[in-house]
Design a protein around this ligand. Structure first.
Ligand code: ADP
Length: 540
């Protein structure tokens, strides 16, 4: 029987249909690309009766897998196939994307005589088919037979049908494998993250938590996945999610401080970073990163305690220096030597300034910690302003600055800590003197209207740029001017905290070269509580 007859006999119509049907079912069930490659190769070689066959699968232009039948046992087909793919028949087919039948391989230069290939002399003809799915080449299938002219049109057609099915199955399994790898990589990253991460649905029910979250909260994965994020924070879902709902909905990261409760009942301060993970309509999730703040808070508390101790310990000796200098001033009231007078004045002013600064630092700390105001009295604002102006006179005189007061008559009394309000006014005047050039003018005025009293300090200094006007009330905020006097950026932070603790407001109007006007408004009626704002939030 001729070679062509022998293959025709194998490929009856029924046989072909049965084969294609069986292969379609088998390929549908395959989940691994390696199994698809092997099944396509075996089925085709068996159906066509070819002893030699190879298949190469490609992924993103690179060889992904290679498999050969009929080669020398134990010989790795990869190197030979790589060469063939580059310079041989398979390479040509891949490049042109069309099937090639070689009836007599001796006469075809594309059939490479590979070194150490015991099969080459035994091969007469070959069939090479590209595996193409949706226009992309997924691989190449080569079949070879010792007889010349072995592959008939029916054989070519059957191989093409099998190749199409194989290409689709191969592409799908490769996509699945890539997706699985990406998922495994993500899962490893998620689980090994050094911060606790919890994923919930939009109602706050925990879907998954990483290892660190389990360790941090003391629950197993299963226990945690039966809880809600609201239960972990002992807050209602509306407080935890509802408050931030709009921002989360817009995809913004929300950040807030809270307390996380562990399984053993202990609490831990955390900073929470919440973000919506938008994975399409079926998987709307929220990611919660729980950043443990306990060690940071411990360090902060230690630092606060230390600084409070230092300020407190400085206050006593500074008070002694101040009162001794005042006593000396009284004793030397008749002193006529101008050098002695001048030295004494400098020392008195410096000690007074240092005392004010230490007092303000202690107040900042007290107010930031939310302590209530103490020693509040019904006080006359004008008297406090006059006290502050008097203290600042020597400084103004040094720069030949004129301080003018325009105080409203019949101001209502205000219920304040008088010493604190006097220091606020002192700070504003001190700044006005610092930033006003020599021989300038400062106007300090008071007024009342609509249940509030106002203190205004207007200078003829350089003004404050608009973009800096909000931040100057933050701690350590300073605007950089040329030849600016030295400071630490605490004065206005203290003023803001002190005024707001009294239920009032402070703001600035300023324009370059026309100077600045700082205004404080204080309520005439005592506020019901002295709820204290935290520093850093801007007001104006
Ligand atoms: P300090 O004066 O110690 O730097 P403050 O908190 O009192 O700290 O002031 C913060 C910053 O605001 C100052 O560094 C300065 O840049 C700006 N500032 C305050 N008062 C005035 C003023 N009257 N004129 C111009 N700039 C001012």
């Amino acid at each position: 029987m001729s070679a062509a007859h022998s293959i025709q006999a194998r490929l009856s119509e029924t046989l072909r249909l049965t084969l294609v049907y069986r292969l379609a079912r088998e390929l549908n069930a395959e989940l691994r690309s390696a199994d698809v490659v092997r099944r396509v190769l075996h089925t085709t070689a068996e159906a066509l009766g070819t002893p030699y066959a190879s298949i190469v699968s490609l992924w993103r232009g690179e060889i992904h897998d290679a498999y050969a039948l009929g080669g020398a046992p134990g010989v790795d087909p990869h190197p030979a196939l790589a060469l063939v793919l580059r310079d041989g028949l398979a390479g040509f087919v891949l490049h042109n994307g069309r099937t090639m039948v070689v009836n007599d391989i001796i006469a075809n230069p594309l059939w490479l005589p590979l070194p150490d290939d015991p099969l080459s002399p035994q091969i007469g003809s070959a069939l090479c088919v590209p595996l193409i799915h949706t226009g992309e080449v997924a691989g190449v299938l080569t079949l070879a037979h010792p007889a010349r002219g072995y592959f008939t049109v029916d054989a070519v057609n059957l191989t093409a049908t099998i190749s199409e099915m194989g290409a689709a199955a191969l592409t799908n399994t490769l996509l699945l494998e890539t997706a699985r790898e990406a998922e495994q990589r993500y899962a490893a990253l998620f689980d090994d993250a050094i911060v606790p991460i919890i994923i919930t649905d939009t109602q706050g029910t925990i879907q998954v938590a990483n290892r660190r979250a389990c360790e941090f909260l003391g629950y197993s994965h299963e226990e945690l996945e039966r809880r809600t994020i609201a239960a972990i924070h002992r807050e209602s879902a509306s407080a935890l999610i509802g408050t931030h709902f709009d921002s989360l909905q817009r995809g913004q990261e929300v950040r807030f401080r809270s307390t996380a409760w562990r399984k053993d009942g202990t609490a831990c301060a955390v900073e929470v970073f919440a973000k919506r993970l938008d994975h399409g309509p079926t998987a709307d999730l929220i990611q919660w990163i729980e950043h443990d703040l306990s060690s940071q808070l411990m360090v902060e508390e230690l630092r606060r305690d230390m600084t409070a101790m230092v300020y407190h310990d400085l206050r006593g000796p500074l008070g002694n220096v101040y009162s001794s200098l005042e006593a000396l001033n009284r004793l030397l009231a008749d002193e006529s030597n101008p050098a002695v007078r001048s030295l004494l004045d400098v020392a008195r002013r410096a000690s007074q300034q240092s005392r004010r600064m230490v007092d303000s630092l202690l107040d900042i700390q007290r107010l930031e910690e939310g302590m209530r105001l103490r020693d509040r009295h019904n006080s006359a604002l004008n008297a406090l302003v006059e006290g502050a102006v008097e203290q600042m006179h020597p400084l103004a005189d040094e720069k030949n600055i004129r301080m003018r007061m325009a105080l409203a008559a019949d101001l209502p009394l205000i219920y304040v800590e008088p010493d604190m309000i006097e220091r606020v006014v002192g700070n504003l005047i001190d700044n006005a003197i610092k930033y006003t050039p020599d021989s300038g003018v400062i106007v300090i005025s008071t007024a009342s209207s609509g249940g509030e009293v106002y203190i205004r300090v207007k200078d003829t200094g350089p003004g404050i740029p608009l973009d800096a006007q909000r931040s100057i009330f933050d701690k350590f905020a300073r605007v950089r001017y040329r030849d600016a006097p030295r400071g630490v950026g605490l004065g206005l932070a203290f003023c803001k905290l002190a005024i707001e603790a009294h239920g009032g407001r402070i703001w600035v109007h300023s324009a370059a070269d026309t100077g600045s006007i700082f205004t404080c408004a204080l309520p005439v009626d005592a506020p019901a509580t002295s709820e204290l704002p935290s520093l850093g939030a801007n007001s104006t």
